[in-house]
Design a protein around this ligand. Structure first.
Ligand code: NAD
Length: 489
């Protein structure tokens, strides 16, 4: 299978924070890959804008180094690298003062007809000032887009304030709130699977689905970012954005069209249908954890720099979606650091067959599972019960129907990074895979009381061992319901 690329028109992209980690690791490599694939034209202009003092040549050297470090060598073709590098320029700009803004304005003068994207790859405290200065400098054209990254607030009040700041200079249709999980091929395939096949949708409800598990496990710890992480925790860092988005795409009704507002309207309805978790339900339906010291490093509290920290770096939740489709079918979510493996998946667990005709000797019939893996190896697997092959008796085993996208495609195959897809969507002006402001607020409206409840005189997060699957309490959460987590592998 060779992916077809539809070229985008010539564009101007201004990356505020163009010298930062995100630009180096993700944005510049993603833009290079799209250029190398022939999707972006050679006369696009990509301007790094950050506080560091350097000129265009300096930035081109910076980008060359970033590509050498983050693009696989087999994809680095010297003529393509030079073609890409030639599109780059740099303007030293201070978000917090007037320095550099006039120079940026001059670079963009006369280019108003092109799609123009401002990517705010800076700390969120600068978002307001940058938008203000972009607005005052009259840099917003009808074809302008604004791209922002998480964190989009830390609670409902700050998310509303941020949305209001963005709205003072940009219309909602110009704002692209990135959640890079939505740019993953498998996440889009979840929608294709559900809405392009007649096979699954009739079964996609509480009558046939026992429960859904969404896991985002990381093997790394918080490390040097511990102090920063400790102000947020897993709920803000992972659940409010990535996991809620995966839940929405799994649970939403079929949109009438695959267009931005139709899709986002349906996701919003899911967020509004989530059963609140408050009071005693917090103890019943939420498990929080912190890793202990172990083979991979110090304990969470030590890395966070606070021996009394009550911030969770692991969380598991049981979530109810209160509508006809899902009544009685829980969604279990978990995410955490320093776990057994780096693995993200959505597992749809269908109900068990109502009766086994094969008798006890055939073994138990496990319910079918549709498993959508986002990382490390994107793919979809449908687990079916089949006869154990061979001349023995009729024994039933669970076997996968496997659609691993990367396997068998040879060394040259490279799964495009989510940022590649999302950056091209920004240029094309397609917001389908970006969060709308009301979605972000609805997620916070559901999350805020949970965070407040967890902080209200409850026990601190439960300790758990490194390289394991989180605290025992997380297993008990499902055990109470007669279910178990899939192994993190
Ligand atoms: P970083 O600290 O590596 O880079 C910050 C950038 O902002 C630098 O280019 C710096 O020069 C610039 N900057 C700082 N102060 C400035 C000012 N006053 N005026 C102009 N530029 C200024 O940060 P990062 O890791 O690249 O992250 C950037 C943003 O993206 C953050 O909001 C972060 O939360 C978010 N984010 C990052 C990642 C990631 O993988 N790194 C992932 C998701 C979201």
């Amino acid at each position: 299978m060779v992916a077809r690329t539809v070229p985008v028109e010539a564009f101007d992209l201004i990356v505020f924070g163009g010298t930062g980690d995100l630009a180096r690791r993700k944005l510049l490599p993603a833009l290079y890959h799209r250029f190398a694939a022939g999707q972006t034209p050679g006369d696009a202009l990509i301007i790094g804008a950050a506080r560091r003092r350097m000129d265009g040549a300096g930035y081109r050297d910076f980008a060359r180094e970033a590509l050498t470090e983050f693009v696989p060598e087999s994809h680095l073709k010297p003529d393509l690298v030079e073609g890409f590098i030639a599109m780059l320029d740099y303007v030293p700009v201070d978000a917090a003062t007037e320095a550099g803004w006039a120079a940026l304005g001059r670079k963009l003068k006369g280019r108003e007809a092109r799609p123009r994207a401002f990517y705010l790859s800076v700390a969120p405290q600068f978002f307001g000032q940058i938008c203000e200065r972009i607005g005052r400098g009259r840099l917003v054209t009808p074809e302008t887009r604004l791209v922002v990254e998480k964190p989009l607030g830390r609670d409902l009040a700050s998310a509303r304030a941020l949305n209001a700041q963005l709205a003072s200079h940009f219309d909602e249709h110009q704002i692209y709130r990135i959640d890079h999980y939505l740019g993953k091929e498998t996440v889009q395939n979840l929608m294709a699977l559900r809405f392009a096949n007649a096979l699954f949708e009739p079964l996609w409800n509480a009558n046939h689905i026992d429960h859904v598990q969404i896991t985002a496990a990381e093997s790394v710890g918080v490390g040097e970012r511990g102090g920063y992480y400790d102000q947020n925790g897993a709920m803000r860092d992972m659940v409010q954005n990535h996991l809620m988005q995966l839940l929405c795409l799994s649970a939403m009704e079929p949109p009438s069209r695959f267009d931005p507002d139709a899709v986002r309207d349906e996701k919003l309805k899911v967020l509004k249908a989530l059963r609140p978790i408050e009071g005693a339900a917090i103890d019943e339906e939420i498990v929080r954890g912190q890793y202990e010291a172990g083979p991979d490093g110090p304990a969470y509290r030590e890395e966070a720099g606070d021996p009394e920290s009550r911030t969770e770096c692991f969380i598991a939740l049981k979530i109810g979606v209160e509508n006809w489709r899902w009544a009685g079918t829980p969604f279990y979510l978990r995410t955490g650091k320093r776990l057994k493996a780096r693995h993200t998946e959505i597992a749809i667990r269908f109900k068990d067959a109502p009766h086994s005709i094969f008798g006890d000797s055939a073994g138990a019939l496990k319910g079918n599972a549709l498993v959508i893996t986002l990382q490390p190896n994107e793919g979809i697997e449908l687990r079916l019960n089949i006869k154990d092959p061979g001349p023995g008796g009729m024994r039933i085993v669970s076997a996968p129907l496997d659609m691993s996208f990367g396997s068998g495609a040879g060394d040259a195959f490279r799964m495009p990074d989510a940022y590649e897809r999302l950056l091209m969507d920004v240029i094309r002006g397609d917001q389908t895979l970006f969060m709308r402001g009301d979605e972000v607020e609805a997620a916070w409206a559901w999350i805020d009381p949970i965070i407040a409840g967890c902080e209200e005189g409850r026990a601190p997060p439960a300790p758990y061992a490194q390289r394991a699957e989180g605290p025992m309490e997380s297993h008990i959460l499902l055990h109470k319901d007669g279910r178990r987590w899939r192994e993190i592998a």
